[in-house]
Design a protein around this ligand. Structure first.
Ligand code: HPA
Length: 276
């Protein structure tokens, strides 16, 4: 098997391009998953930078991933929002999938909030359920970073996770907690795979996030995240799944999702300030 090792120079190139576009002075990054991009509209004093303008930024071709950075403020707090990510199943390497998050860490990010659309494995969770990611199962068969680099274990930060829960409470929105299983995709799972994932301890399943989480952690940032359960997983839902359903469920839940994240930002900031 040949392993394509991307030079860190590519991360440096993107970090330099961020600086040239004056994407700086942020310590909190929010990565928005499929169908969740409308959250970026909550930012004030916002400036948008299409990925195409950034040297070295991989850009997705998946519907629902707009492909722009938005730097702005939430409650007078500066945040960087990544609206759209690239996936392994589009043919990108693990290095490329994690390049943006590594460049953000190089540019000063102290914490990364990763969000995604996911299938739900719990029968009691209807579509639209929000789940704080407590931990993950990395089942994509790819490594984000070199062997034994810092951050391989204890990726998901308990303190930041609690801040998300406080944000949800402030917003009056229910937030479950669970384990996210990351699979390569792009096909959805079979009912047998979902039964197996349930036995493995997974609560939700998707095709992103785990590599970025490990890479951000290895780069020294703290990591937390939320899955939006856009559908019940195969064999739990009575009907076949489609990408359109995932995008539509994201749109339907975007108000609650946005309210939780917006309220969580000051809580996350408190946690970061306590350690600064
Ligand atoms: N499986 C995998 N990824 C997903 C799903 C699913 O059911 N829903 C949204 N992303």
């Amino acid at each position: 098997m040949s392993v394509r090792v991307e030079r860190d120079a590519d991360v440096e190139r993107l970090a330099r391009s961020l600086s040239e576009h004056e994407v700086r002075d942020f310590d909190l990054v929010i990565v928005l998953g499929s169908g969740l991009g409308s959250f970026a509209e909550r930012l004030t004093a916002a400036r948008r930078i299409p990925y195409a303008e950034l040297d070295g930024m991989p850009a997705s071709r998946v519907v629902g991933h707009a492909g722009e950075l938005v730097i702005g403020e939430l409650g007078r707090r500066r945040v960087l929002v990544q609206r759209g990510r690239v996936h392994l199943y589009e043919g990108w390497s693990a290095r490329e999938v994690t390049r943006a998050v590594r460049a953000f860490c190089r540019a000063g990010a102290k914490a990364v909030v990763l969000t995604n659309a996911a299938g739900g494995l719990r029968r009691e969770w209807p579509a639209g359920t929000l789940m704080r990611i407590r931990d993950h199962l990395a089942l994509q068969g790819r490594a984000a970073v070199g062997a034994h680099e810092r951050g391989a274990t204890r990726v998901w930060d308990e303190e930041l996770g609690r801040a998300l829960e406080l944000g949800a409470r402030d917003a009056g929105v229910a937030l479950e907690s669970g384990v996210y299983a990351a699979l390569p995709g792009p096909s959805y799972e079979t009912p047998a795979e979902i039964r197996w994932l349930t036995d493995c301890g997974a609560d939700a399943v998707g095709m992103s996030t785990a590599l970025e989480a490990v890479a951000a952690r290895a780069a020294g940032a703290r990591v937390c995240g939320i899955s939006l359960v856009t559908n019940q997983a195969a064999g739990i839902a009575p009907h076949a799944l489609s990408h359109d359903e995932v995008v539509a469920a994201g749109a339907a839940a975007s108000e609650r999702f946005g309210a939780v994240l917006e309220r969580a930002v000051p809580r996350l900031r408190e946690v970061l300030a306590a350690r600064a």
